[in-house]
Design a protein around this ligand. Structure first.
Ligand SMILES: [Zn+2]
Length: 403
């Protein structure tokens, strides 16, 4: 299937599809010769040559002379790489790095599983290495990027950029992640809480776009929220705003990592979920519970639905205080879709005080990438041209206010 330049609409759209295929291939390989592009895409060298010429005029790619197997060749790389930033999400079991520019046209991403209680130095080493590999893969050099953002699953004080509450990320709380990573990469680094980063990403590119008030909740190994107020992320001086995992839901409950009794995390955290299934299902991981729920296992679905009720009640309280237009649900538990979202929505809509608010409860648009993309946006804003946290919704898309 190959199109040539022609007057008809279908040929034009074929050419557009071929062009997108070429851009995707250049993104995937970082740098690739025109001959290699032809074999990777299955398009003829003449078509590749035409498309590359057009992409150069559009400022999407650039070429330079090189030599391959003793012959002269044209190396193709992406042109727009001047305002790249890196976003790193360090989760309890996952490390993810995203690299992009503000248009999100240039993207590279890598995910790496982490062992439970992973060590600070090896994890930060791995993060630095992934950033270097991905930047190189995009045909860029490390000094070209604006900076690096990092999202951590703990409250981070905006002023010091350090974890501000002890007990939540034990080995990490005395480490200056910003300084360590800045030293390893020779780059500027900014650190934030994961749910705040997720909220920022959803406000910029996802489901909170166009909202002035909104909540992003991250339901994962632990639960936390990022709050958008007046179009900006509300963090508080210690960065603890939105830490709904640490609101008390059971006065007789278990002691939480934070030292408090009966926090939401003691009820909906990964340990609590797998514990409640141990008698009937044996030892499971959080990933197992999610997979089984998606396969229809009634016990696993029940456990996640009950977590949805508890999280929904906390979100209903938070909504009473912040009056959001929309609640966006992300994190691993959201991979079960309506199993989690349904009970959250019912809990929020069930509050008489909120009944008339018609708060939308929707899944995250950026899904697994919300935290790393949010960290990247933070880096762009901190070290590039800052702009409002929440961009206006694209024209033609429905306004969350129904205006
Ligand atoms: Zn707690």
């Amino acid at each position: 299937m190959e199109g040539s330049v022609g007057p008809t609409g279908s040929q034009a759209s074929l050419r557009e599809a071929n062009s997108a295929r070429v851009v995707d291939t250049v993104k995937r390989y970082g740098h690739i010769t025109q001959v290699e592009l032809a074999s990777a895409t299955g398009l003829s060298p003449a078509t590749i040559s035409n498309i590359v010429k057009q992409l150069i005029t559009q400022g999407v790619v650039q070429t330079q002379n090189t030599v391959r197997s003793g012959r002269r060749a044209q190396m193709v790389t992406l042109a727009r790489r001047t305002a790249l930033a890196a976003g790193v999400y360090i989760g309890r079991r996952t490390l993810r790095v995203d690299i992009s520019d503000a248009t999100r046209d240039v993207t590279a991403s890598q995910v790496f599983p982490l062992p439970a209680n992973h060590r600070v130095d090896t994890t930060l080493d791995r993060a630095a290495l992934l950033i270097m590999e991905l930047v190189e893969g995009l045909g860029a050099d490390l000094p070209e990027i604006l900076g690096v953002g990092v999202a951590l699953p703990a409250p981070v004080a905006p002023q010091t950029q350090r974890i501000s509450v002890r007990g939540i990320m034990r080995d990490w709380e005395d480490v200056d992640v910003r300084a360590v990573l800045a030293r390893r990469l020779g780059h500027r680094v900014v650190v934030d809480n994961d749910a705040n980063a997720g909220a920022l990403a959803e406000a910029r590119y996802g489901a909170l776009r166009g909202c002035s008030e909104g909540i992003y909740v991250r339901a994962s190994y632990q639960t936390g929220a990022g709050i958008l107020i007046g179009g900006r992320i509300h963090r508080g001086p210690r960065g603890t705003a939105g830490e709904i995992g640490h609101v008390q839901v059971d006065t007789q409950g278990a002691i939480c990592q934070c030292g408090g009794r009966g926090c939401l995390n003691t009820v909906v955290g990964a340990d609590a979920l797998v514990d409640s299934l141990r008698v009937s299902r044996g030892p499971l991981t959080l990933g197992d519970v999610i997979s089984l729920a998606n396969e229809g296992d009634p016990g696993c679905r029940q456990v996640i639905a009950d977590a949805g009720v508890a999280i929904g009640n906390a979100l209903a309280d938070l909504s009473t205080w912040t009056d959001p237009q929309r609640i966006v649900v992300g994190g691993e538990l959201a991979q079960t879709g309506e199993v989690l979202l349904g009970p959250i929505r019912d809990a929020v809509h069930g509050r008489p005080m909120l009944a008339s608010a018609q708060i939308e409860v929707v899944p995250s648009v950026l899904r697994d990438h919300a935290e790393s993309v949010g960290a990247m946006v933070l880096a762009m804003d901190s070290f590039g041209q800052p702009f409002a946290d929440s961009l206006p919704a694209p024209s033609g898309s429905p306004s969350p206010e129904g205006a």
